[in-house]
Design a protein around this ligand. Structure first.
Ligand SMILES: [Zn+2]
Length: 67
């Protein structure tokens, strides 16, 4: 299933429309993201969200170190 949130009504404010853009989630790493043109909430599709979360987890671990 190909999820496309472009032009969908924003789930946060129920007013704005989501617009696709490339969000830089890490240095030089761009993912497909959607930004509400009203409240500026940024939304990701589920698969992108998982990728971003995994990347942030890895980043936090490497900064903290493993005890
Ligand atoms: Zn919104």
């Amino acid at each position: 299933m190909n999820m496309n949130l472009d032009n969908k009504t924003c789930g946060m404010c129920d007013v704005g429309k989501l617009r696709g853009f490339k969000d830089e989630v890490a240095c030089g790493v761009f993912v497909d993201a959607y930004k509400c043109d009203k409240c500026k909430e940024v939304a990701y599709t589920e698969s992108v969200m998982r990728k971003v979360e995994a990347m942030q987890r890895n980043g936090a671990e490497s900064k903290k170190g493993i005890k």
